[in-house]
Design a protein around this ligand. Structure first.
Ligand SMILES: [Zn+2]
Ligand SMILES: [Zn+2]
Length: 139
């Protein structure tokens, strides 16, 4: 039974609209990550929420979803417009972290914590009311 305010029918898309998705389960709380990889891939920091990989139904008729692979993670992006949509940890293939900026609506999502908070750039005001982690928390 879904929690109130945590809809299971969320949708989202990349900037150009070539890659869209529909979620069949609720998202977990949002995590911010300020590690160097997330900073460079997004241009600032990742704001992502985890979901079972099988609960993301991607529509990508022209095959634009592309994965940039690192030894410990892969980032999924639209090779047409450059939007980063997902990241997946190498040891956690069953779970996908979805970039919440790609959602059509983020209503009801909550921030759960900040990873690599010590690495945040100086202009960024860190939220004070959630846990901060030197690394990637309990992932
Ligand atoms: Zn696109
Ligand atoms: Zn990161």
């Amino acid at each position: 039974m879904p929690e109130p305010g945590r809809p299971t029918d969320r949708t989202g898309a990349c900037l150009c609209g070539a890659v869209t998705y529909h979620l069949t389960e609720p998202l977990a709380d949002v995590l911010h990550c300020h590690c160097e990889n997330c900073r460079r891939t997004t241009g600032n920091f990742v704001a992502a929420a985890r979901i079972d990989s099988a609960a993301i139904e991607v529509t990508d008729p022209d095959g634009h979803l592309t994965w940039y692979r690192l030894p410990y993670a892969r980032y999924g992006f639209c090779e047409r417009c450059g939007s980063t949509l997902f990241w997946v940890g190498a040891d956690h293939e069953g779970a996908t972290s979805l970039m919440v900026g790609s959602l059509d609506s983020a209503d009801g999502l909550r921030l759960g914590g900040v990873w690599f908070s010590a690495d945040a750039q100086g202009h960024h005001v860190l939220p004070g009311d959630v846990p901060h982690f030197d690394g990637n928390g309990d992932y």
